[in-house]
Design a protein around this ligand. Structure first.
Ligand SMILES: CC(C)(COP(=O)(O)OP(=O)(O)OC[C@H]1O[C@@H](n2cnc3c(N)ncnc32)[C@H](O)[C@@H]1OP(=O)(O)O)[C@@H](O)C(=O)NCCC(=O)NCCS
Length: 422
């Protein structure tokens, strides 16, 4: 039987090059990833890891916990130019043999403190399970939805210009020249849309596949061009072909779709929902404002399901973060008190919103609105309504003050749940 104080001899430290294979194996094992991890996998990750902090929890020379973070910009409400440097956290695992002894707490609190000391105003991550990260001040801030459309699904509406968009059928590798720039241009306007590094494109487009992924599958893709021939949209998909007798029952899974204009986005959807010998289209991680259902003659053909949190955010410097974003909501001031159980980012400030900006100053006045840091972090990117958090008891104050701050924090367009493949 394990000793109650078995955690005392466990060491948490930076990962050395010699530890990397065991570290990657430990991480994959705890995530229940079935494939063998080889030195080639470590080699494949070397460029990505070069600028990242890899932490391990060690029991003797065995890796029993993994944690990885790096500083990376994240778009916040306000449009192009509004972004925050964030502590991007990933690869969080603790071996089943060593769980619930405080190893995650040791790794994450040290990392958040270090990020705060570097002057990084926010941390964010994808949560494997929702109950894990609230205790550390994170709140669900970026959501996605799954849409499933029964095909054929005739369209009843199209935005202006959609008929002038030409959709080319290509393959993933053909997107390499156009997709990265187009994605970057689109993502800067969407809060939470994590920038994708160059190596992401090489890997997902099959040009530098991870070991064991030979990249020989057919990888159909769409490239939308406007009337001038400029690339304005991209979609990538796979088909899961199934036949029973002479009847097809095939699913098309869209893995990525982004466009510079509503016209290009609609043209891509129009192409995908009108394909022959396909019975349903399924797409996960779409932003909550995706227009697909609104294009259809029968919007119920696009059933939304499995909507869920995508990124969780954790403010580390409340005044810097509030001042860095744009504001659409009504002008007005309030004194906001924020409680941070980790003692990193709490305080009381006078927040004044006017002309699309906020000024934030320390205050000793009585607070008009008070909340825990996770609630403010959830609302910060403009998606989670503060009034809903108030209704759940996470935010307190005069209803009118809470409602105004909620309206101020809201933002359009909605957050965007991108994947980054780091
Ligand atoms: C999630 C995980 C990293 C937690 O590590 P850990 O070292 O066991 O966590 P800690 O011991 O520091 O737990 C701290 C607290 O969080 C709670 N907690 C941790 N994981 C939890 C979970 N999955 N669900 C609910 N509560 C959880 C613990 O009970 C503990 O609560 P307490 O302080 O009230 O006792 C680990 O269980 C794991 O690797 N799980 C599988 C992979 C995974 O989900 N990783 C996260 C991906 S983002």
């Amino acid at each position: 039987m394990e000793a109650v104080n078995a955690g005392e001899h466990l060491e948490v430290r930076a990962v050395e090059p010699d530890d990397q294979l065991a570290w990657l194996r430990a991480s994959r094992r705890t995530f229940l990833h079935p494939k063998t991890v080889t030195p080639e996998h470590v080699e494949h990750r070397r460029t990505a890891w070069a600028g990242q902090r890899l932490t391990g929890a060690f029991d003797g020379d065995r890796v029993v916990g993994t944690y990885r973070s790096w500083d990376w910009p994240l778009p916040v409400p306000g449009g192009p130019g509004h972004e925050l440097l964030t502590d991007h956290v990933s690869s969080v695992t603790v071996a089943p043999t060593h769980r619930r002894r405080g190893l995650l707490t040791r790794m994450i609190t040290a990392d958040l403190r270090a990020a705060k000391d570097r002057g990084v105003p926010m941390a964010h991550l994808v949560a494997g399970e929702a109950p894990i990260y609230g205790r550390y001040g994170f709140g669900p801030a970026v959501s996605g939805q799954t849409l499933e459309v029964r095909l054929p699904a005739p369209l009843a509406h199209l935005p202006a210009g959609a008929q002038d968009v030409r959709v080319e059928l290509v393959e993933d590798a053909d997107l390499r020249a156009e997709a990265p720039g187009l994605f970057a241009a689109v993502a800067v306007s969407r809060p939470g849309a994590v920038r994708r590094p160059e190596r992401y494109w090489d890997e997902v487009l099959g040009l530098a596949p991870a070991p064991g992924e030979d990249g020989t599958d057919l990888r159909p893709a769409l490239l939308a061009r406007d009337a001038t021939g400029a690339a304005v949209g991209v979609a990538r998909y796979r088909t899961r072909e199934k036949w029973e007798g002479m009847r097809h029952d095939t699913t098309l899974e869209v893995s990525d779709l982004f466009a510079a204009t509503p016209a290009a986005q609609a043209a891509l959807w129009q192409h995908l929902v009108s394909l022959d010998i396909v019975d349903r289209l399924r797409v996960t991680e779409r932003p909550l404002d995706d227009p697909l259902p609104h294009l259809l003659a029968d919007p119920r053909r696009a059933l939304a399901g499995e909507g869920s949190d995508h990124f969780w955010a954790r403010l580390l410097d409340v005044p810097a973060a509030l001042a860095a974003r744009g504001w659409l909501g009504p002008p007005g001031a309030c004194v906001l008190e924020v409680h941070d159980a980790l003692g990193l980012a709490g305080g009381r400030w006078r927040l004044e919103v006017a002309d699309g900006r906020a000024s934030v100053e320390a205050s000793t006045a009585t607070a008009g609105v008070a909340c825990d840091l996770g609630a403010l972090s959830a609302a910060y990117l403009g998606e989670t309504p503060l009034v809903a958090l108030a209704a759940a008891g996470r935010v307190r104050g005069e209803p009118a003050s809470v409602a105004r701050l909620s309206a101020q924090l809201a933002w359009q367009p909605t957050t965007w749940p991108t994947h980054t493949g780091f």
